[in-house]
Design a protein around this ligand. Structure first.
Ligand code: GDP
Length: 443
């Protein structure tokens, strides 16, 4: 459906190359792509609007990391925001202080509610918990039979009172039965309708009031798409949910409903259903679904790579600058940042032959020097950064930089002197990268 989202984002972002900032005007195209992709993934329009506003805020003014493809950087911003919106980490089931923990299952008919009830029971059983399932859907005899069959299959007892009893009463007696059996958790399956229906809601509210569940889970079919937002809103307003289970994620939906559920109710998705089989239930991990919504496979690897990637074009550019003695403090900063992105100085140095014997104290000194150097460069004006001679010629400029960075004027003088020396050295060496700025003869 939007297989090409990643590519589209990169295209939209390509023109950012060589710019320092992601700005208001140059992100509009990319934002449009995100918006389209989310709508295609069936995320609710209002939810998309809020999301785009957040991404725009984050992206505005985010500095393009040197050596990183801006497209990838933008994808990371979108990805991070997706994870944030869906809840940063997995939220487990509620656990009662005193058994049994009561879990109420709610949702429309056909969403996979009954299946999810059995799936959860099996999941809990695997964690050495005992369960009882309660069948309250008296409107469809098939529903009770379905739960009985599933119960047999996974070896979990089912409490039912046929189709003539009152659902609220069944639920109440179900809890009594659970206490009597001494099970850890009782799962109450409820009746669903094809549409939201006030009788159904009233009954659900009454059951909830009676059994006082620790968790009220709304079962949402991932294929529901746009409707997921309204559905969640209604259930949350009228019943009050504490979480959701997103089913049928094995289908070809992108899972955009997850975004809606979380945004509309503020409640976490706790599990996802990934198949018809009773084993097909997984705890919900927002990062995995974010990858799926962006359709980028293992985006985590990509993002990590993006952060580490060294932009070769940038490097070549740097090299020609060195040869022409145009290497300035901006390039110098870029190199320092690159070094920082690669991890600790020690880690980087270890990779260089002959450098592995360097002592811990020397390393520490090197890192401190890098920090001092960066502080001083950051106190320079734009012109000074691109024209180091200005500082060489003007004591008052050097004094200002010293004051701004909290160092002595002699420190700044030494930086300028060392920098100039390094630059002419590099030029003499011709080829070869200025691999270790801030080291060697630097302050
Ligand atoms: P209920 O009416 O909400 O109780 O829904 P059911 O549990 O009876 O499920 C309705 C249909 O959806 C059944 O055919 C299930 O096998 C199927 N189903 C439930 N969960 C999933 C899932 O995660 N993936 C797939 N592919 N099918 C599912």
């Amino acid at each position: 459906m939007f297989d090409a989202l990643a590519e589209r984002l990169e295209d939209a972002w390509k023109k950012l190359r060589g710019q320092d900032k992601i700005s208001k005007s140059n992100i509009q195209d990319a934002l449009k792509e995100v918006r389209r992709a989310l709508l295609e993934a069936d995320v609710n329009l209002q939810v998309v609007k809020n999301f785009i506003a957040e991404v725009e805020k984050e992206a505005n003014g985010a500095e393009v990391i040197s050596g990183v493809n801006p497209g990838q950087q933008f994808i990371k911003i979108v990805y991070d925001e997706l994870v944030k919106v869906m809840g940063e980490s997995n939220v487990p089931l509620a656990q009662a202080d005193k058994a049994p923990t009561i879990i109420l299952m709610a949702g429309l008919q056909g969403t996979g509610k009954t299946t999810a009830t059995a799936k959860l029971a099996l999941y809990l059983q695997k964690q050495q918990q005992t369960c009882l399932m309660v069948a309250t859907d008296v409107y469809r005899p098939a529903a009770i039979n379905q739960l009985l069959t599933l119960g047999k299959q996974i070896n979990v007892p089912v409490f039912e009172m046929g189709t003539d009893a009152n659902p609220v009463e069944i639920a109440r007696q179900g809890i009594e039965k659970a206490k009597e059996l001494g099970v850890d958790t009782v799962l109450i399956d409820t009746a669903g309708r094809l549409q939201i229906d006030q009788d159904m809601m009233a009954e659900l509210a009454q059951i909830k009031e009676t059994v006082q569940p620790h968790d009220t889970l709304l079962v949402v079919d991932a294929m529901t798409g746009q409707e997921a937002a309204n559905l969640t809103r209604t259930f949350h307003e009228q019943i009050g949910i504490t979480g959701a289970i997103l089913t049928k994620l094995d289908g070809d939906s992108r899972g955009g409903a997850a975004l809606s559920v979380r945004q509309v109710s503020g409640q976490p998705i706790k599990f996802v259903g990934v198949g018809e089989k009773v084993e097909a239930l997984e705890p919900f991990y927002p990062d995995r679904l974010a990858s799926r919504i962006l359709n980028m496979g293992d985006i985590l690897t990509l993002v990590e790579k993006a952060q580490e990637e060294i932009d070769l074009a940038d490097m070549e550019n740097m090299q020609s600058k060195i040869l022409e003695a145009k290497f300035d403090f901006n390039d110098f900063l870029k190199q320092m940042r690159l070094l920082k992105n690669m991890g600790s100085l020690g880690g980087v140095l270890k990779l260089i032959p002959g450098m592995n014997k360097i002592s811990g104290a020397d390393l520490q000194k090197g890192e401190t020097q890098l920090k001092r150097t960066e502080a001083m460069i950051n106190s320079m004006t734009k012109e000074e950064k691109s024209n180091p001679e200005l500082l060489a010629q003007s004591p008052s400029r050097r004094r200002r930089v010293a004051k701004g960075s909290g160092f002595e004027e002699t420190d700044v003088s030494k930086l300028i002197k060392d920098f100039t020396r390094m630059r002419s050295l590099m030029q003499q060496m011709g080829k070869g990268m200025p691999a270790m700025p801030g080291m060697g003869g630097m302050p």
